[in-house]
Design a protein around this ligand. Structure first.
Ligand code: KIV
Ligand code: NA
Length: 271
């Protein structure tokens, strides 16, 4: 069996092939996604998508480690990266290392993703020098919702675009293996991609990015009626599930399910 895609392999995709990535939080999705993708992220977006919370702030290291374990055990091909939850890394590089190591040791994931600008570059360096691959995440950073005052596209002015470019460069210099660019002006996504030697992975960024990532539920019709502008719905799996559940409920109410073939201790009738 072929080995799982490693972080250095992902880095070598730059300029060669695009990185196709999605999120997964649980085994059934991870199993279905694995073969088609280069990278799977256990995003803290599971707070909103999986736990119906209003933002990503309250998901914990233990929760994401448990989800990451489920994803790692259900995959063998894609590189598996896990998000650093809010509050698990901002205090100090030491705090970040302890929590990242805890999640990787508990799950077997390949690396971590961390939201933050240039101020967090020292933390990236601390982790990378100690054996933990870091995927930086700049631009729209959902964990900063309270300082941003909502989820808004970033880098729309020259000044803010310049700052985000410097954020990405700082993490590259600190040893990040890639940078997620979320919710940034298209021209900025392109500019950062051209400027960096490490891959950029866009979500609401630019087609020029070295890879793309989306929340899986958003492309499958499992996120409710509205999906973000930067997503595209590829299938309505929600409709398939709804119809299967309606059929099941109707069968139960009519006594059509279970059949005797679903019961124990029933002799098969003679052929
Ligand atoms: O949590 C998440 O899903 C993310 C995105 C980059 C998809 O961080
Ligand atoms: Na995230």
């Amino acid at each position: 069996q072929a080995k799982r895609i490693s972080v250095p392999q992902l880095m070598a995709y730059k300029g060669q092939q695009k990185i196709a990535a999605l999120t997964a939080y649980i085994a059934p999705f991870a199993r279905l996604l694995d073969d088609a993708l280069d990278m799977i992220l256990i995003g803290d977006s599971t707070a909103m998508v999986g736990y119906a919370l209003p933002n990503t702030l309250s998901i914990t290291v233990d929760q994401l480690a448990a989800h990451a374990g489920a994803v790692v055990r259900s995959t063998s091909h894609a590189c598996v990266i896990v998000d650093m939850p809010f509050g698990s890394y901002q205090q100090s590089p030491q705090q970040a290392f302890a929590n990242a190591a805890k999640m990787l040791a508990a799950s077997g994931a390949d690396g971590v993703k961390m939201e933050g600008g240039a101020a967090l570059a020292d933390t990236t360096r601390f982790l990378v020098e100690r054996g933990i691959p870091v995927l930086a995440h700049v631009g729209l950073m959902p964990q900063y919702v309270n300082t941003m005052g909502g989820f808004k596209a970033q880098g729309m002015t020259d000044e803010s675009a310049e700052r985000i470019l410097l954020d990405a460069v700082a993490h590259e210099q600190a040893g990040a293996f890639g940078v997620v660019l979320e919710g940034v002006a298209e021209a900025l996504g392109r500019r950062i991609t051209e400027r960096l030697a490490i891959p950029t992975i866009g979500i609401g960024a630019s087609p020029a990015c070295d890879g793309q990532i989306l929340v899986t539920e958003d492309i499958l019709g499992l996120s409710g009626p509205r999906i973000p502008k930067f997503a595209r719905q590829y299938s309505d799996v929600g409709a398939v599930i709804r119809s299967a559940v309606e059929q099941y409920a109707s069968d139960v109410r009519q006594g059509v399910f279970p059949g005797l073939e679903n019961c124990f201790g029933v002799k098969k009738p003679a052929e």
